[in-house]
Each structure stands twice: as C-alpha cells, then as structure tokens.
Write a protein that binds this ligand. Sequence first.
Ligand code: NAD
Length: 409
Amino acid sequence: MITSFYIRSFELSGGVSADTQFHFQMCIEKFGVAMTTGSNWDFRLPTEIHFGWERLSTLSAVLTNLGGRHVFAMIGRSFLNRVGETGLKDLLGPVELTVFTDIEENPSINTVDTAAARCREAGADVIVAIGGGSVLDAAKCVALLQKNDGSIRDYLYQVRKPERRGLPLVAVPTTAGTGSEVTPFAVITDPEKNAKPAISYPETFPDHAIVDPALTISMPTPVAVSTGLDAMTQALEGFWSTRATEMTRAMAFRAITLIYRNLEAACLGKDRDAIEKVTLGSVIGGTQMAMIGNTALHPLSYPLTLDYNLRHGLACAIYVPAFLRYNQPAIDARFSDLLTVLGLRTIEEFAAGFEALMQRLDAPTRLSALGVERAAIPQIVKNGVGRSTAFNPRPLTEETMIEILETML
Ligand code: NAD
C-alpha cells in the first residue's frame, strides 16, 4: 500500500515550513524569479555579499553607505566576549549604538519580540547581526518588526503579512554554516507548540552579508562539525533536488567539493586554508538554497533534534549515506562529474566515504546511537515529512522512508 504524504503546517526545528515554501514562492514571484527546473531559469539575490579574511573591517563603511546613524547591534555572546564593547564600537565606527545580546540558541518568539521592542525604543535606523544562525535569524525578524506591526508570531503563523520592508540589516555569520546571511529564511522556536516555524519573505533577505572566515576560527569543534555538516547537507540536497536549476546546481557542485574536501582539516586541524574553503562553501551553498530550498533530509532532521536532542547539522547529515544509496538510480548520471572531481567512482563509494568522514568527526552515523528504537521509526517518518520531501530525486513514500531508516539502526 502506498501512503501519500501529508503536509504538516509547520515543519519543526531549523528548516523550512510548508508555509515558508509558500512564502518563498511569493518571494520568487515578487522578484520575477522563475522556479523552473532544467535549462530555463532566473536568479536574483538581493543580498550584497562581501567575502574574505578581515572583511569585518568593512563593516563601518557598509554602515556609512546605508546611512546608518543609530545601530541596533544583535551580537552573539561569544563574539562580544572576544572583542569587548570597545572593540565592537571600533568596528562600527562613529554611530550611536544599542547592543542586544540575550539571544539563545534556536531563538524563541519571546526573545524576538523583546529585542524588537528594545530596537523600537532605541530608535535605531539600521541593524547589525554578528553571530551564528540563531542570532542572524532573530535579527531578520527584528528588522521586519520595525516597520510592520504585531508580534513575530503573527508572521510565523500567517496571521499578518509584511506590508513594507524592515530596517536595513547587515548579517555577519560566525559559524560556517547555516547560510542564513544570504537566505530569506528565519527559524524561530515556539515553546508553546514545541515547534520551530519559519518565515520567508522578500523583506527578510539581509541587505549585506559580510562573510569573514576569521570569525569562525573560534568555534568549538562540535559546533564547527555540526554547522559544517549542515552546510554540506544543504549543498547536497540542492544538487540532487528536482527543483535545481543549471545555476543552483553549479553552485551546489562547488559547495560540495569545497566542504567535502576541507571539512576535516577545518574542524580538527583548524587549517586556515580549509577554514576559508568551508566558509566559502557555506555561503555558496546558502545562496543556492535561498533559491530552491531543501529536499527530504531537512524535515527528517527535525524529530531527531526535538525528540533526541541532536544538533541540527548532525541530524541532517546522519541521513546522507542512506539517502545517497536510496537515490542512486535517480542521481547516477547527475553525480558522474561530481564523483570524478571528488576522486570517487560510484555513489556507494561516496556514501561510504561520507560515513567514514562523519566517524572521524565524531558525528553519529547510526540511529541506534541516539537511542532510536525500531518501533519509533514510523513516528519519526510521520513527523519528518514536509513539503520539501517531494523534491527528493527518487519518489518517496512513508513505507520506503521507514525502510531506509531501518537500515540506519
Ligand atoms: P547557533 O547560532 O545556534 O550557535 C551555536 C553555538 O555556537 C552557540 O552557543 C553560539 O554562541 C556558538 N558560536 C557561534 N559562533 C561561534 C564562534 N565563532 N565561536 C565560538 N562560539 C560560537 O548555531 P548555527 O548552527 O549557526 O545556527 C543554528 C540556527 O540556525 C538554528 O536555529 C537553525 O534552525 C537556524 N538555521 C537557519 C537557516 C536559515 O537559512 N535561516 C538555515 C539553517 C539553520
């Protein structure tokens, strides 16, 4: 019996909801970007990217160009601890400054609303976000709420739609990464519903992304591993997605090769060249994701994060080897050049190599290692199907997904 997919209103934890996909469609329509697959495509990224070592030093000039006089700075605590308030002021230049640092991992609706109120009280005219995906996502929402009424809850649950663009936003990632600095997505935790709904509007693309590999060096190894594997999975899903265009696929190809070859040296060896390449792969992968979203792996990661407390990137990557194997008949031709560049002969070699890489990075590769039992798999699949599941290159049913996950015990 074939069970058809249901579409959950909100996919959970760190991904793109069905409603987000709908809003993403709106972005596409507003920007005139076609979502065609194959040889007809359009591409427009409203975010201006500034990439390279020490590019953080351009922040002050970027703010001047934006005409910012009063900056609301949403700053990750680890960054502020490193540079201090004086260092932050030096970076921002001659502007009035209000600093907000109370942003937890997976930021909540309450945090966003509190920050938005603080920003309004301050009368800021530009927002700077420096931190991981959590800080960047919160800042996108705060920027939106400066010019649009209500709580972020209203926008997460489509009670309201933005009527105007928010404050200008400069996004500076310190992880590599979610790619949030170049996407319209913002994932916010709703503790009442134990859910992570997301927004995605044309208004929520950052205006500028300053991507400086130096900022990621201080990541503790588990954070570097998880965020790097998130970037790798996003690129892989983009490469095999049925929504991919020639343009996004070219970007995904490059992102995969950069991250796959360099992740271990970046995370375990703190090698400078490898760190640069993983950071570059993350922003390139994020850019293609901004256009086409994900496939089956991201929604499947949410139950592992919510119910088994697994970091987002690890929860996505754990599925990669099994899905490479399942998708093999549908992706053999498309992956042929990629495999050659990676020095691999078959999809099976890629799957085995990816699994070995995860083991060297101390990332879990078996569901049983998380405490998942066979009896729990149908519920994981039920909770882990989302709209983007439909973009997997080989058709999936709940039954086939259960079979795939059973091979991962
Ligand atoms: P994070 O922002 O939650 O940060 C993880 C931890 O690392 C935090 O404790 C943080 O303080 C610390 N940290 C960050 N940078 C550091 C550095 N350079 N040195 C030392 N410590 C550092 O992690 P993340 O993976 O970047 O972001 C995850 C969030 O992003 C989730 O909420 C997820 O849902 C969301 N996300 C968003 C998108 C998008 O497109 N908007 C895509 C994927 C995930």
